[in-house]
Design a binder for this molecule. Structure first.
Ligand SMILES: Nc1ncnc2c1ncn2[C@@H]1O[C@H](COP(=O)(O)OP(=O)(O)OP(=O)(O)O)[C@@H](O)[C@H]1O
Ligand SMILES: [Mg+2]
Length: 208
């Protein structure tokens, strides 16, 4: 497995610390603003299948977003780890009364539905946690490659097929000037922060 450069490692450390240092009231305001932005751009529509995540310490918390998506009539799902050794996860249904347990990373996931995996291409939208982002849609995650593996069908920018749409949720302080994209990295279609909605211009999407 390719190892991250010392610069990438340092950036992850710095950005995670920044995220954790946000005061609770600022965090709540930011989460409300992000929820409002997602509603404004009509991410949540009846019948849409939307993958959310159950936040761990420091990540943008989705409690309000999950409630809004359910009210709007979306069908929700969440990641569930299938192999720690291979670093793989699948998306499974997330029912309001789902029993949850903590996985090896301390992240909550539904207990009973491991076999009900949903193909990534059957999802309309995936909301992704972000450690760092840049204006080209490049994303730094926690560094284990779970999302990059689960969404690898979306890596090929030349493909016309663009499902699911990948929406990174971040505090604006997570922005960095430039993140070097590795061959396995799946870029974001949209980044939503408490300040703005960033739609990266994809050079690879333009006709030659
Ligand atoms: N599709 C893939 N096939 C094989 N290895 C992969 C794939 N995607 C990622 N990896 C491996 O996973 C490791 C971690 O990837 P990366 O540093 O991009 O993590 P990340 O994007 O921060 O994590 P995540 O995707 O979980 O948010 C890389 O070193 C890479 O070798
Ligand atoms: Mg990556």
């Amino acid at each position: 497995m390719a190892q991250p450069t010392p610069e990438t490692r340092a950036a992850r450390r710095r950005l995670r610390a920044l995220r954790l240092a946000l005061p609770a009231d600022e965090r709540r305001c930011a989460e409300q603003a992000i929820t409002d932005a997602l509603r404004r751009i009509r991410v949540f529509r009846r019948g849409r299948r939307v993958a959310v995540y159950l936040a761990m310490r420091g990540e943008v918390d989705l409690t309000g977003i999950i409630a809004a998506a359910r009210r709007a009539g979306c069908e929700l799902c969440v990641p569930r780890i299938t192999s720690l050794r291979r670093g793989t996860m699948v998306f499974v249904p997330f029912h309001p009364d789902a029993g949850l347990r903590r996985n090896a990373y301390g992240i909550a996931e539904p207990v009973a539905v491991a076999r009900q995996r949903l193909k990534p291409q059957s999802l309309d939208v995936v909301l992704l946690p972000v450690v760092g982002f840049d204006r080209d849609g490049n994303r730094l995650g926690m560094g284990a490659g779970y999302y990059d593996r689960a969404l690898r069908q979306r890596r090929d920018a030349a493909r016309r097929w663009k499902r699911p749409r990948l929406v990174g949720l971040a505090y604006s302080c997570q922005e960095v000037e430039h993140i070097r994209r590795s061959p396995w990295d799946v870029p974001l279609d949209l980044v939503v922060t408490e300040r703005e909605i960033i739609q990266p211009a994809r050079v690879a999407d333009l006709p030659a």
